[in-house]
Design a protein around this ligand. Structure first.
Ligand SMILES: *Cc1c(COP(=O)(O)O)cnc(C)c1O
Length: 375
């Protein structure tokens, strides 16, 4: 077949690759990376996505996975086996908490949850079999910012691996490996792909962990399809531009909401009042991301009236797309939490989470403004 020179990697929508003869087969085994054999083991599109994310995060390489959930699975199984223990920030994404506490415990991996701010006194929580700590750069839905450098010093001292879920920040805002983390994972579904049309994950590794992570992806079969890899790689090309716009818009909206009489509280790391504002500023490259939460009156009718009044912000329980959406933590991501835990976290009925898109900030503020007028 003629050799073409496409500017963009085509989609290799194939499950298997062919070999001329046994010599070619041998060269596949002798020089891995030069050829492909079977898409579960590797495919040009998945490799392209992995390489691009790894470059952004400053890793030695990466594996891409079928979802953010399977990325967490791969991270844990790279470092842990039956008999080991994982320490996890309490504020972690609900799905991650369920995977650890309800599934991985069944295969002998123990888990304990610790409030994020207590993780820094790691020696209080470490057990003899603790192998890794899992925490998020920016937490959901109250946007607590983790001091990765500080935690990494603790984990290094204790000889434990630090895995950071960098989904909410993206590498444009924070690069955890440079701050001492051992491994970084993402739900690519969110900012990295960015257009609400892909479900995918990625685990960025250092040299010594890469083969093990690849092995887990291959044998558990949690690889990503060529088409979704291609879509995500396409989205990734505009990541920097998008994150800048998401962040600018979110800051403008946070400032607007903060002075609004119908808004009781705003959580956004870009606001000076935010508990970790200075840390966020330093660690975040001057950008604070596109996620923010705020509280209106804790009443069902008020919340419903607000949601109904919004014209261009649908209620959609995901995040990080180019168009703005709202979510309701109490009734979605935090639905299974006990009332005591919700109370402690401060997640009440009136808490609305905003995933700020890349539209014009003025339009978004106008929409929020008119909806707040109606409640
Ligand atoms: C969405 C999300 C996940 C899970 O990712 P999926 O792509 O939905 O499997 C993990 N961590 C964080 C922080 C998330 O927001």
């Amino acid at each position: 077949m003629a050799q073409f020179h496409p500017k963009v990697t085509p989609i290799y929508q194939t499950s298997v690759f062919t070999f001329e003869d046994l010599n070619e087969l041998e060269s596949y085994f002798e020089q891995p990376g030069n050829q492909y054999m079977y898409s579960r083991f590797g495919n040009p599109n998945t490799d392209e996505l992995a390489a691009e994310v790894s470059k952004l995060e400053g890793g030695a390489g990466a594996v891409v996975t079928s979802s953010g959930m399977s990325a967490i699975l791969v991270a844990v199984l790279t470092y842990c086996q039956a008999g080991d223990h994982v320490l996890c920030a309490e504020e972690i994404y609900g799905g991650s908490a369920t995977l650890l506490s309800q599934e991985l415990t069944r295969i002998g991996i123990a888990i304990s949850f610790v409030p994020g701010e207590q993780l820094y006194t790691l020696s209080n929580h470490v057990q003899p079999n603790t192998k890794m700590v899992l925490a998020e750069t920016i937490s959901n839905p109250l946007l607590q910012v983790l001091d990765i450098n500080r935690l990494a010093e603790e984990t290094k001292q204790a000889n434990i691996k630090l895995v950071i879920d960098n989904t909410f920040a993206s590498p444009v805002i924070t690069k955890p490996l440079a701050l001492g983390a051992d491994m970084v994972m993402h739900s690519v579904t969110k900012y990295l792909s960015g257009h609400s049309d892909v479900t995918a994950g990625v685990v960025v590794c250092q040299e010594q962990d890469l083969q093990r992570a690849k092995q887990v992806v291959m044998t558990f079969g949690v690889n990503l399809s060529p088409f979704e890899s291609w879509l995500a790689a396409r989205g990734l090309k505009t990541l920097k531009l998008r994150i800048r716009q998401h962040s600018q818009n979110a800051l403008a909206i946070a400032q607007f909401l903060q002075q609004h009489p119908k808004v009781e509280q705003v959580w956004y790391p870009g606001l000076e009042q935010h508990e970790q504002h200075l840390l966020a500023k330093e660690q975040g490259n001057g950008l604070f991301g596109g996620m923010l939460s705020f509280r209106i009156q804790d009443k069902l009718e008020t919340v419903n009236a607000f949601m109904q009044a919004l014209q261009q912000m649908p209620f959609a329980p995901s995040l990080a797309g180019v168009s703005t959406s709202i979510s309701h933590p109490l009734r979605t991501s935090h639905r299974s939490f006990t009332p005591e835990r919700l109370d402690k976290l401060g997640i009440t009925l009136g808490v609305i989470r905003l995933s700020v898109g890349i539209e014009e900030a003025e339009e978004l503020i106008a929409d929020l403004g008119q909806a707040l007028e109606k409640i």
